[in-house]
Design a protein around this ligand. Structure first.
Ligand SMILES: C=CC1=C(C)c2cc3[nH]c(cc4nc(cc5[nH]c(cc1n2)c(C)c5CCC(=O)O)C(CCC(=O)O)=C4C)c(C)c3C=C
Ligand SMILES: [Fe+2]
Ligand SMILES: [Fe+2]
Length: 346
């Protein structure tokens, strides 16, 4: 048989060698009702990368306590930020979809397919990877939307790709995007968002730069997350040229009873109010898109706490989202990671 002719019973594959770019963020429930919340929290909190507690003990705590109490409480919080007349519902899902659509429009190449997924909930990573492969993508660039690496965020997204590829006879070539906590374009975009907020709301007595926390034990076990957050914060402070007194890096969203990374955002903001600071500005540079943890925990709950303790003005700086500056960051990082596979210019 001639060597360039496949046997007749050989399966055919799409001829075009395309590249798929998959943007992935954390996830979101399908709705705010108890059943959807329970399904989402069960998937999320069963992830061993998120909860590093011995399995049997965690199974009892999760099924015996958390999944009976948390869905109602978290559902009420999601209700406060849910986009009621919007098919996306979740702000995080909507913004992630808009980011992916923006990247696809900017690059507009037949050789590149761009889509998005959620690590927990829908659209699921495996389904989106399969869709990319079915459309002829023999190369995949996976972009977890986290500037700072943590095992509980970046690694668990990467795991999903490796798990999906595990039973594939013909695996795509894959690249996973490294963290961009010190990327000059990212720091520049954050600094510009602070300057725009100062222009709009006036210079605050303090800027609180709040990152999602992780348990302190994960950091002690070797997670680079804390170092990445501290470096982002230092570079931002240098770009802004603000002094120590008016710039505070903190950690939010603790969950459970063990110590998490400190200083805690809520305690720091209450302390600032007690010290007589009247105007605080809060931003969350670890979140590429606004979500429950920013729109509710910061802009609603933390805001109320600050006022209750004597503060007068609380200004929340939105995440970079799908703003022109935010899209430039995502697209510049995508271009770097697509090099040699699809060579693009903005
Ligand atoms: C032990 C639990 C958790 C770890 C570790 C954790 C790390 C972590 N999470 C984010 C980003 C997000 N978390 C979000 C929600 C959320 N996080 C936890 C717990 C842990 N997170 C819970 C239980 C929840 C659900 C909400 C709740 O019930 O309070 C979100 C918001 C999702 C949305 O739909 O809006 C994001 C984003 C990071 C970056 C991180 C570690 C670095
Ligand atoms: Fe979280
Ligand atoms: Fe929270």
């Amino acid at each position: 048989m001639p060597i360039n002719k496949a046997p007749a019973d050989h399966p055919t594959f799409p001829g075009q060698a395309r590249t798929g770019l998959l943007l992935v963020n954390l996830g979101t429930p399908d709705g705010t009702d108890k059943k959807s919340m329970r399904r989402y929290l069960k998937q999320f909190l069963s992830d061993r990368r998120v909860i590093e507690v011995p399995r049997l003990l965690w199974w009892v705590i999760l099924n015996g306590i958390i999944l009976n109490v948390r869905p109602k409480k978290s559902g009420a919080a999601y209700d406060r930020i849910w986009l009621k007349d919007d098919p996306d519902g979740s702000p995080l899902r909507k913004i992630t979809r808009l980011q992916a659509e923006h990247v696809a429009r900017t690059f507009n190449s037949d050789n590149l397919m761009v889509t998005y997924a959620m690590r927990y909930g829908q659209p699921a990573i495996d389904r989106q990877l399969q869709a990319l492969q079915d459309a002829g993508c023999s190369r995949i660039v996976l972009m977890p939307l986290y500037p700072q690496y943590a095992a509980s965020t970046t690694a668990t997204v990467n795991d999903e790709l490796y798990k999906w590829a595990l039973d594939k006879r013909w695996q795509p070539a894959v690249r996973t995007v490294p963290p961009w906590h010190d990327h000059p374009g990212y720091i520049k975009a954050l600094a510009a968002s602070v300057k725009a907020a100062v222009k709009k709301h006036g210079k605050p007595d303090a800027l609180v730069v709040s990152f999602h926390g992780i348990p302190k034990s994960y950091f002690v076990a070797g997670d680079p997350y804390h170092c990445h957050c501290m470096k982002s914060a230092r570079l931002l402070k240098e770009a802004l040229k603000w002094d120590d007194d008016s710039f505070h890096a903190t950690f939010q969203s603790r969950f459970g009873s063990e110590p998490w990374l400190q200083p805690y955002t809520d305690i720091s903001v209450v302390d600032l109010a007690k010290q007589g600071k009247k105007h605080v500005m809060v931003m969350a540079p670890g979140f590429v898109a606004d979500c429950l943890e920013t729109l509710d925990e910061l802009d609603i709950e933390l805001h109320e706490e600050f006022i209750e303790h004597g503060g007068e003005k609380f200004s929340y700086i939105p995440c970079l989202n799908d703003s022109a500056a935010g899209m430039k960051v995502i697209e510049d990082i995508a271009i770097d990671n697509l090099k040699g596979w699809v060579d693009l210019k903005r």
